[in-house]
Design a protein around this ligand. Sequence first.
Ligand code: AMP
Ligand code: GLY
Length: 423
Amino acid sequence: MRVLIIGGGGREHALAWKMAQSSRLDRLYCLPGNAGIAALADCPEVDRMEEGEVLRWSLDRKIRLVVFGPEAQLVAGWADGFRKAGLLAFGPGAEGAALEGSKVWAKQFMAAHKIPTAPFVVAGSYDEARRLLEQRDEGPVVVKADGLAAGKGVIVARNLAEAEEALDKIMKERAFGSAGERVVIEECLSGEEASVLAITDGSRLLVLPAAQDHKAIGEGDRGPNTGGMGSYSPAPVVDAELASQVEERVFRPLLKGLAQRGIDYRGVIYAGLMIRDREINVLEFNVRFGDPETQALMPRLDADLLPILEAAARGDLGGVEAAWKEEAAVCVVMASEGYPGKYRTGEEIRGLEKLKEESSVAVFHAGTAWEQGKLVTAGGRVLGVTAWDRSLARAVEKAYRAVEKIEFRGCYYRRDIAHRALK
Ligand code: AMP
Ligand code: GLY
């Protein structure tokens, strides 16, 4: 089978790496891909990353299965168009993707289907939002822009003044464009976060082992949020009993709710959870694989990825099973100095050849490129160095040993990935 993966980050590299091991794969393509993915898949140039263009291109190359990495194309409805053209698409159509594309829609959906989540209100104008904020007690509160904002549209405010600042940024300055037309104002929850993903064909579920991401730039989870500075799996905070609670109280009602609305959801659903005293709440849904969680999950999958994604895309996961290795995996992100703010690119990356012989280490590329025969940095997050071993402590040690062999000017990484689980 010919498979196309859409995207070009560490998540897509991890998916391509696992997909490339499939006995069912004839040819793998990735658009746009990156320097690391290009070693596993064809990453040809297309004129424009635009739906009609990519669809025509896929039909010409007789691609059968399209796997969507990022949310943008899903929210824009590409999966609907690809399915209509007869391709198998792994990813929800526009209606299902609203679970990530609209915070208001997602929160109202959760409330309607009794999925545990923080209490909230919705404001459709700046004045209304101000009024709602002023009616609250002076304490922490979370302000969320309604639409996609590249992971930056959620502001956890410690007090009213910070909340008003967030509101100005979202609704007045329109820092996230039309995502600022409405906001969700919600109660601030505390506890430990975890990501639980499930592959679904709309009615059946394959729940993946829990993972944990590290969103903050600094050690000890300090400083501004990033796209994710590292991840690991399993996440001991989600034990077997909590995992079954997530299935019963989050994923089952979610599928029921989607079905009631006639939404045919085929792909992966990501529940971002807050866990406190064994109580779970959903912070957010994403309609795609998590990044960097997927980089820690793919090495643990003890099954062929292709038939699983194909079955979900076909709408028939019946009989499909996925086994997971007992081994723990950890991914340490190497970033460019200055990220998530301004950073330089074009720095030469050295040392990757020293890791070629290592089994149970994979270096997934996020922001890299080839420039005049040299591998160089091309983004904020550059590499996801992933290692796996029979204990998390050993996997962490192995990952950091690998990280130390890689160099580029201005390289930054957190030294405490998986600290919560090792505690
Ligand atoms: P998102 O951009 O939707 O992934 O949310 C980003 C982050 O904001 C989450 O991973 C949490 O760390 C934080 N967050 C979102 N909602 C809440 C909440 N109700 N209470 C505390 N933190 C939250
Ligand atoms: N790791 C967070 C995300 O994928 O949204």
